[in-house]
Design a protein around this ligand. Structure first.
Ligand code: S3P
Length: 426
């Protein structure tokens, strides 16, 4: 596909697809009740459809309506033993959250696998603590999927676990296992990561406490059914926010977005760089939701991202790198080693594509240094089949001074199936 550069100043109001992280969690929580739950406005992208298919394989009864999914769950325990493997596709959230839910079952065999990218992502981070809890969980060599889980007839023990990395997927995996354990669980994270699991479970009446960086999880009965609407995904909004920020005089309003502070770190970063962005909060339960107003500015200034800030912008680093590339001065990202273990090696993918656009970049093990420039050259974008790389560099190409091409635009369907139609709306 070709992408024309020199995108013109625009004034627009848009909505973005529903939040991926919240949709995954609501599908899984709905399976964990015995009654019917309604998930309104869910994201039906490739990743969340993988989760939904597994919910069905485990005994959830799924009804699809025009703008809602209704799920009659099986309860927290005694899920159906699937008659086939559980295919998590490209989704790390799916494989890691279900591993916690299934390792704590008392019977059954569950095989979790996914596409080539997922089968090369690290699963040791969940296998080690789940094994300490007593789980029978097996993997390929080097802790890689496929994973095989055999229910433990005695159930799991709680765990007091200091996580070696900040990861909401690992944290959520252990919370789900802890809900079914025989004793209490304490999970400590180095720096706070997205807390949708904790917020939504608390809203559903589960006893789960957060004190500083520690999360206390107590064994629970079946979850209560719910009727919840999924807000817009701030990570999807980020692509349009950055486009508007970088075109002087542009105006953009993104409506009904999840404004959880652990998800909008990128807005703090952009504001620090001189962006003109305002937030309007509209509702709060269980997640803060509201609107984002953006006005384009003449020039951003460089900034540094510290390891502590990384979990709050983990999915936005590729698009933030585009803002850094067009800022005045040198920017640096550090402490982001885990980005090498995402759907692609995102540190390498960002550096590779920026260099092709004429930007001076130094690739470090845990991040990169970017020297800002005034102009991006058109290039052939290599997506590495990673949705966020594809979208970030599509935005970069729109700002470049000529026509670019992109190798696999269809990978955007993982989180943002109509990304290119939305761009046309602008
Ligand atoms: C997610 C957590 C993050 C993020 C991913 C979604 C989640 O991963 O990168 O896109 O839904 O919990 P890690 O927890 O592995 O950092």
């Amino acid at each position: 596909m070709k992408i024309l550069g020199k995108f013109k100043k625009f004034s627009s109001e848009i909505s973005v697809p529903s939040d991926k992280s919240i949709t995954h969690r609501l599908f899984i929580f709905a399976l964990s009740t015995k009654k019917e739950s309604i998930i309104r406005n869910p994201l039906l992208g490739a990743d969340t459809l993988s989760t939904l298919a597994i919910v069905e394989q485990l005994g959830g009864m799924v009804k699809k309506q025009e703008k809602a999914i209704i799920i009659k769950g099986k309860g927290l325990r005694d899920l159906d033993e699937p008659t086939d493997i559980l295919n998590c596709g490209n989704s790390g959230t799916t494989i890691r959250l279900f591993s916690g839910l299934l390792a704590s079952e008392r019977k059954g065999l569950f095989i979790l696998t996914g596409d080539n990218s997922l089968r090369n992502r690290p699963m040791g981070r969940i296998i080690k603590p789940l094994s300490i809890m007593g789980a029978n969980i097996f993997s390929r060599r080097n802790f890689l999927a496929p994973l095989a889980i055999v229910g433990n007839k005695n159930g799991l023990d709680g765990i007091n676990y200091e996580m070696p990395i900040s990861s909401a997927q690992l944290k959520s995996c252990l919370i789900l296992a802890g809900l079914k354990a025989n004793s209490d669980t304490i999970i400590i994270e180095p720096f706070p990561s997205r807390d949708h699991t904790e917020l939504i479970l608390t809203y559903l009446g589960v006893n789960i406490k957060k004190i500083k960086n520690s999360i206390y999880v107590y064994p629970s009965e079946d979850l209560n059914p719910f009727d919840l609407t999924v807000p817009g995904d701030p990570s999807s909004a980020a692509f349009f926010v950055v486009l508007a920020v970088l075109i002087p005089g542009s105006k953009l309003l993104v409506r009904d977005v999840c404004l959880n502070p652990l998800r909008i770190g990128y807005i703090e970063v952009l504001k620090r760089m001189g962006a003109n962005i305002k937030l309007e909060y509209c509702s709060f339960n269980p997640e803060p939701i509201g609107n984002i107003f953006v006005e384009g500015v003449e020039k951003l200034t460089a900034t540094n991202i510290s390891p502590e800030e990384v979990p709050k912008i983990i999915d936005e680093v590729p698009i933030i790198s585009i803002a850094m590339a067009l800022a005045e001065g040198k920017s640096e990202v550090s402490g982001a080693l885990d980005l090498r273990k995402k759907e692609s090696d995102r540190i390498n993918a960002v550096c590779f594509n920026l260099r092709n656009m004429g930007v001076k970049v130094v690739e470090k093990e845990d991040g990169f240094l970017i020297e800002g420039t005034n102009e991006l050259k058109p290039s052939n974008i290599k997506t590495f089949d990673d949705h966020r790389i594809a979208m970030a560099f599509t935005i970069a190409s729109l700002l470049a001074n000529g026509e670019s091409s992109i190798d696999n635009p269809s990978c955007c369907a993982i989180s943002f199936p109509d990304f290119y139609d939305k761009l046309k709306e602008l």
